[in-house]
Design a binder for this molecule. Structure first.
Ligand code: GLA
Length: 370
């Protein structure tokens, strides 16, 4: 009789356990993902009370995945990336990475600062791109904090880039906090300090695909709150002028499908937009809507520009999540940044960081449905 009572009690517990949803709250967990040399690489999973889930690793400070609901509540990952650390250690086009020291290009890998000439690693034709041969995307970040409160989960990472790394002057300390809030926002908070005058332009290089990776991004509808671009030469170095977008296929001040006029842009979009803010002022950059899933991404930043890139160099040679071959235009990037080649363009907002100054940037990606 006693045994039957216990079994019955256990059964009731199991059944009620299945029915009762535990109180959802923010949470954070971690696993050891692998190693880079003798350094341990960790993969963090941040969840919020709505079940949104973001994975972050200290290898390259990469955002590995972002799982958000569609309008029916279906949860899917909406960024390009890989299941394994090994794939991030190999060659890939900066999926989810923290890019630095300089996001985008510096012409011929050369600049001068305070009458000193600097020569950077050249890794994109004749130019320097995204921090050089071993940029921040390939570095192991220290884990400073990882915790969760009722309202958010936070992973804080940092990296000390030594003087003259990839040719850049100054010992530079870079810190980034990734915060997942209960408003379905990822807040990316950056800080940096140097011990010699240097240049700095860091960004996150996530490739979004709000379909959950089912098709390319050409049917996504984009509003980009910017009135001009920095046109480039054939090597994607800005000519130095600002050109109005009005009347061109670059005008997204009202919603257009990304694919609507892309044929008029050779190769696809890969261009820096000047935002409407004063440098440092936090403003909305863009809203992207994917009509089938109903998912919406809103981007905000304190940076003066954003690189809108439509995955033009993806060619199907990389296989990512769920065995998906990442073909041309399979993801889009909204890389909050200073303008490309600013160290050689005095007319662009300054990217100089001096000792005693603190670099700060806040960029937010917020998800919802319509
Ligand atoms: C940025 C650049 C592109 C390309 C990608 C990475 O978006 O503007 O030209 O280099 O990064 O492949």
């Amino acid at each position: 009789m006693k045994a039957i009572t216990i079994i019955l009690f256990a059964a009731i517990l199991v059944v009620s356990g299945c029915k009762t949803k535990p109180d959802a709250t923010s949470a954070l967990s971690e696993i050891t993902w692998g190693k880079e040399g003798d350094k341990v690489i960790t993969l963090f999973t941040l969840t919020n009370k709505n079940g949104m889930e973001v994975k972050i690793t200290n290898f390259g400070a990469v955002i590995n995945s972002i799982v958000v609901p569609d309008r029916n509540g279906k949860m899917e990952n909406i960024v390009l990336g890989f299941d394994s650390l090994k794939s991030y250690q190999g060659t890939h086009p900066y999926f989810g990475s923290l890019v630095g020291r300089y996001g985008n290009r510096i012409a011929l890998g050369k600049f001068s600062l305070n009458s000193n000439n600097y020569t950077l690693a050249v890794n994109n034709g004749l130019n320097h791109l995204h921090g050089g041969i071993k940029g921040f995307n390939k570095q192991v970040f220290s884990i400073d904090t990882a915790y969760s409160t009722a309202d958010s989960s936070v992973v804080g990472l940092s990296y000390l880039s030594p003087d003259m790394e990839e040719g850049y002057p100054g010992n530079l300390t870079v810190k980034v906090n990734y915060v997942l809030t209960n408003n379905n926002e990822i807040r990316i908070e950056y800080e940096a300090e140097t011990d010699k005058p240097t240049v700095l332009n860091i960004t996150n290089h996530s490739y979004f695909n709000l379909t959950g990776g089912k098709e390319n991004i050409l049917n996504h509808e984009l509003v980009l709150l910017a009135d001009s671009i920095t046109p480039t030469d054939s090597t994607l170095i800005p000519t130095g002028i600002l050109a109005p977008v009005a009347g061109t296929p670059f005008d997204f001040t009202v919603a257009h499908k990304i694919g609507e006029r892309i044929d008029q842009v050779p190769g696809g979009y890969d261009i820096n937009y000047k935002l409407r803010n004063k440098t440092g002022q936090f403003v909305q950059v863009a809203e992207v809507y994917e009509p089938v899933s109903g998912r919406v991404l809103q981007a905000y930043t304190t940076e003066p520009g954003v690189q809108f890139y439509t995955g033009n160099f993806l060619d199907g040679s990389l296989t990512g999540f769920n065995g998906t071959k990442y073909e041309k235009h399979y993801g889009f990037c909204l890389e909050a940044q200073h303008f490309p080649d600013s160290p050689n363009k005095p007319q662009f907002p300054s990217v100089v960081l001096n000792p005693g100054e603190k670099y700060t940037q806040l960029t937010v990606y917020k998800f919802s449905v319509k």
